[in-house]
Ligand binder design. Sequence first.
Ligand SMILES: NC(=O)c1ccc[n+]([C@@H]2O[C@H](COP(=O)([O-])OP(=O)(O)OC[C@H]3O[C@@H](n4cnc5c(N)ncnc54)[C@H](OP(=O)(O)O)[C@@H]3O)[C@@H](O)[C@H]2O)c1
Length: 336
Amino acid sequence: MKTRFLGNSGVRVSELCFGAMTFGGKGYWTGIGQVQQKEADELVDMAIDGGINFFDTADVYSEGLSEQILGKALGDKRKDIILATKVRGRTGKGPNDVGLSRKHIADSCNASLKRLGTDYIDLYQVHSFDPMTPLEETLRALDDLVRDGKVRYIGVSNFTGWQLMKALSISEKQNLEKFVTLQALYSLIARDLENELVPLCLDQKLGILPWSPLGGGFLTGKYRRGKTRPQGARRTDPTNQFLQFDEERGFDIVDELERIAGSHKATITQAALNYLLKKPGVTSVIIGAKTKDQLADNLKTTDWEMTAEEVARLDEMSKPPRAYPYWMLERTVQDR
Ligand SMILES: NC(=O)c1ccc[n+]([C@@H]2O[C@H](COP(=O)([O-])OP(=O)(O)OC[C@H]3O[C@@H](n4cnc5c(N)ncnc54)[C@H](OP(=O)(O)O)[C@@H]3O)[C@@H](O)[C@H]2O)c1
């Protein structure tokens, strides 16, 4: 598997990143995955054997269990891995057990290090914006973690364009560590970030790490128009979904993915992931797999490449809604 630079940093990560959100199965995350230690050990070994050197988790996934299981599964192999986790979500009932305050960041980082069984985190990401904490406080707290050697790079997830640009300019002015990556929802059924965040990342040299690249399993071919939905899958019940999108439009995209996959002797899943690897700014696509069969399929994504014409066909049929002022600015650019 090829590697790419982690945004504007000197470290290289595999084109696919293994997401450990399916590890644990506690609280809200039960419906996402309940992978326990033995299966997790096997999945992690398989991912590493397949060329993956980049793993992502979060302190809130399965209330800390995901970090704990991932840390154990990595064991001695951890030294060759780029390990990413996140902070921001609620970790307890107290008033300071949430957000991006200096206190919550410092306490959460120590707790993550302990659960992961490591003394440093390669990429420490803020999980989303905290409107109650000044960005200066958050950025200085993150900078301190880098100075202390607990964290090597910092990243951001689920920010809007203005929030991210404001954070980058505060870091610049105050000589603080800058975010090197944006982890964002990005797939053939969710291309909204192409309006603002992709151009921002290209301009500011941040690497994009797409999350839910298969739309929570929708873009695998197991959900088809008019067919019975699979049992025991994340999207079995379409009425109770965190990820909302127009499934009718999605079915057309799956049909096209099937045509493309067919001409490469590949699978629909691989085609959906492959498309993202062709998108400007993308560093590493975060895959989620519950089973060895799923992981084996996903790992084969990098065995082949989609043609520019195939990417263009998918681009055309999955265009995000035209929002102002982007459509107007497109015309301005054409006029130059
Ligand atoms: N920053 C954030 O806010 C955020 C949010 C979400 C996720 N993430 C990160 O992104 C990672 C991936 O997210 P995700 O799990 O939502 O990704 P996804 O690729 O959209 O969905 C993964 C799910 O699709 C199904 N699947 C995967 N490969 C398959 C295959 N080959 N064939 C059939 N089904 C397959 C499995 O679920 P079923 O078997 O149940 O169908 C699997 O759990 C997470 O682990 C996490 O690290 C970050």
